[in-house]
Design a protein around this ligand. Structure first.
Ligand SMILES: NC(=O)c1ccc[n+]([C@@H]2O[C@H](COP(=O)([O-])OP(=O)(O)OC[C@H]3O[C@@H](n4cnc5c(N)ncnc54)[C@H](O)[C@@H]3O)[C@@H](O)[C@H]2O)c1
Length: 254
């Protein structure tokens, strides 16, 4: 299928690792120029080099999505390289406070999770929208989580922050419809990246034991590319749940 994205530009937050890195490679393979944005500039630069080594176009920028000035400066720096911005793909996120009972969590630690996982998804749209308006295929694709719809134990701040993204996506989709900018999200269950490994006490180099289904980061990257492409031009405000069908199961004892 021709996704018809050739010559467009994407900015990917959290692009230095995991789903963001896989997305940078997937967009690069579609002839999309990639701005890799990450709070860890060294890994962002390394991913940009990977995209270029595969024949694509990419640059790296520093960005802390929780900081308004950093987001504004990072987007401006990326657009200065490629001259336009068509797609935002928002993968920067933190797990934060897994295993802590809700009544033992410091309010400041709660705020830290929301600063990245919620405010940090809105700020790139705030500063990217003026560029997306000039595109004929402006789109925003956010990584929410299956934790947006089903809660894992002892993970209240993360699950709540991911639930908030479902409404952020709908509300932004409504406000940006008149500008022909689409806003969607993907809600994956466990993905083979460092985040769930650190969460569960594994080393980054460890493999999951096969007792539950796990996505590869490239699976989620492909869904993000597809939702960003004009092939899905009639879809906005949508949450694509990728959980191997788990959330559809009832408690009926069969
Ligand atoms: N891996 C999973 O099982 C899974 C499942 C569902 C949802 N998600 C979500 O997918 C997204 C990506 O997760 P991942 O598994 O690729 O994680 P990861 O830890 O592999 O990568 C996250 C990247 O985000 C960057 N980052 C963190 N805070 C940042 C900030 N303030 N500003 C800019 N960059 C920042 C990190 O430096 C890192 O490069 C997150 O929002 C996560 O909640 C992950």
């Amino acid at each position: 299928m021709d996704l018809r994205m050739q010559g467009t530009v994407v900015l990917i937050t959290g692009g230095g690792r995991g789903i963001g890195r896989a997305s940078a490679l997937a967009f690069g393979a579609e002839d999309v120029s990639v701005i890799v944005a990450d709070i860890d500039l060294a890994v962002a630069e390394s991913v940009a080099q990977e995209v270029v080594a595969k024949g694509g176009r990419a640059t790296a920028v520093f960005m802390d999505v929780a900081s308004e000035s950093s987001v504004e400066e990072g987007i401006a720096a990326g657009v200065a390289v490629f001259g336009r911005l068509d797609h935002l793909v928002l993968c920067a996120g933190v797990s934060g406070l897994l295993g802590q009972p809700f009544d033992e969590i410091e309010a400041s630690a709660w705020d830290d999770v929301f600063a990245v996982n919620v405010k940090g998804q809105w700020l790139p749209v705030k500063y990217g929208a003026k560029y997306l308006r000039a595109s004929d295929q402006g789109s925003v694709a956010i990584i929410a989580s299956d934790s947006s719809i089903v809660a894992s134990p002892l993970h209240v701040p993360y699950c709540t922050s991911k639930g908030a993204l479902l409404m952020l996506v709908r509300a932004l989709a409504v406000d940006l419809r008149r500008d022909n900018i689409r806003v969607n999200c993907v809600c994956p269950s466990v993905v083979n990246t460092r985040m769930p490994k650190i969460d569960t006490g594994m080393a980054e180099s460890d493999s999951f034991d096969g007792s539950f289904p796990v996505h590869e980061a490239s699976d989620i990257a492909n869904y993000l590319v597809w939702l960003s492409s004009p092939v899905t031009h009639t879809i906005s405000g949508h949450a694509l749940v990728a959980d191997f069908g788990f959330s559809g199961e009832s408690s009926f004892p069969m």
